[in-house]
Design a protein around this ligand. Structure first.
Ligand code: FE2
Length: 375
């Protein structure tokens, strides 16, 4: 069960302090302070998760309070709520890592949405820490004091991860459509790529592009959920192979290429304990098939490839080309579009390329950094 969320409202004006308290008190534990000093006293006694901070206060101003809060506990999210926003104050706030910046007069929806985002982020971070800890325990706990070598791609590592998955997921297995389940697979995908600067965030971004295209094509309900789960897990089979081969700044040898090409099928073994629907496994397995039949692992062509795998293939290629790689910088958008169109009908489903290119050129396109994950 999730712990209650503690929010501290810091504002010297009673009116705005009270209205914030009224908005938040039904969903969260709310504390209030009318000065920076009082706020810091509370923070030293209560595990505060999020602070809303007025910038202009007598005695200790908001910037000083912000600095002290971050010194005291850098994990506290700070949302600036001010009637006197300036470029200087906003720049300063960003420098100190504020979570968000809201101008007075604020509205209920804005406040609730910012707080909800912060809570979701904390929850996600906590789940990720739990899984990392669990992985660490398993890697340390083979009785020999030997750590499993994360770079070896060894069977040991696979078995360890399988154990973590079976241990962490059993209560979630029953309902793969739940937000909890989607979050779990998101955390799992992100955790396993978190040590690699070149794949960090990849599954999240592929999920983002894939579900955007899927929604654009009218996918809903179970079909859309299957794409989401598969997008988060599609490259999970690269664990172990990634550090050794994917990060390599030079051409891969044939043996390394063969190792990388095994990842869709390795992913299927790895997620076995999750007891995913065969349709989801099929999307993961076939996300590297090509429309002309020259892909892997099965050499399927055209409509033989599940449409969700064809969607992920386009999203995957788009993310790969728009991200930095050890051997090149991210490509400009127009070059990426050219490459997608060039691969239309050979690597990619032409219909999907057509729709995806139209989408990324339209106002409906939201880059992943600006979007909450569309769970
Ligand atoms: Fe892949």
């Amino acid at each position: 069960m999730d712990l209650p969320v503690n929010i501290l409202i810091i504002d010297d004006e009673r009116g705005s302090r009270e209205s914030l308290r009224m908005i938040l008190k039904h969903s969260y534990n709310v504390f209030t302070a009318d000065s920076g000093q009082e706020a810091l006293d509370i923070i030293r006694q209560v595990p505060i998760d999020l602070v809303t901070l007025d910038l202009r206060m007598p005695a200790m101003n908001g910037s000083d309070v912000l600095r002290e809060i971050k010194n005291c506990n850098p994990d506290i999210d700070v949302v600036i709520v001010t009637g006197y926003g300036t470029l200087k104050s906003a720049t300063e706030a960003i420098r100190f890592g504020v979570f968000d910046y809201i101008l007075k007069p604020f509205n209920v929806a804005d406040i609730m949405s910012v707080v909800k985002r912060s809570v979701e982020k904390r929850h996600f971070d906590q789940r990720q820490k739990d899984i990392i800890k669990d992985l660490g325990n398993i890697c340390d706990g083979d009785g020999t004091g030997r750590k499993v070598d994360a770079e070896s791609g060894s069977d040991d590592l696979f078995m360890s991860i399988e154990k973590v998955i079976s241990r962490s997921a059993p209560d979630l297995r029953r309902d793969t459509a739940s937000v909890d389940y989607l979050e779990f697979v998101r955390v799992l995908g992100a955790t396993l790529e978190s040590n690699d600067p070149y794949t960090h965030g990849h599954s999240d971004r592929v999920h983002h592009y894939a579900i955007m295209l899927a929604h654009h094509l009218g996918f809903k309900g179970r079909q859309a959920e299957e794409i989401q789960i598969a997008a988060f897990l599609h490259d999970i089979g690269k664990i172990g192979v990634t550090n050794k081969c994917i990060q390599k700044g030079e051409k891969l040898t044939d043996i390394e290429k063969a190792l990388v090409r095994e990842h869709p099928e390795k992913a299927i073994d790895l997620v076995g304990p999750l007891k995913l629907a065969p349709s989801i496994l099929s999307i993961i397995k076939h996300h590297h098939e090509r429309y002309d039949g020259k892909g892997y692992p099965a050499g399927l062509a055209g409509d033989q490839i599940p449409i969700a795998a064809r969607i992920i293939s386009v999203a995957d290629a788009y993310d790969a080309m728009t991200s930095d790689r050890p051997y090149r910088k991210a490509l400009p958008q127009e070059v990426v579009i050219y490459e997608l169109l060039d691969g239309s009908g050979s690597q990619f489903d032409p219909f999907l390329v057509d729709r995806f290119v139209a989408l990324i050129r339209s106002d409906d396109f939201v880059p992943p950094s600006r979007a909450a994950v569309l769970l």
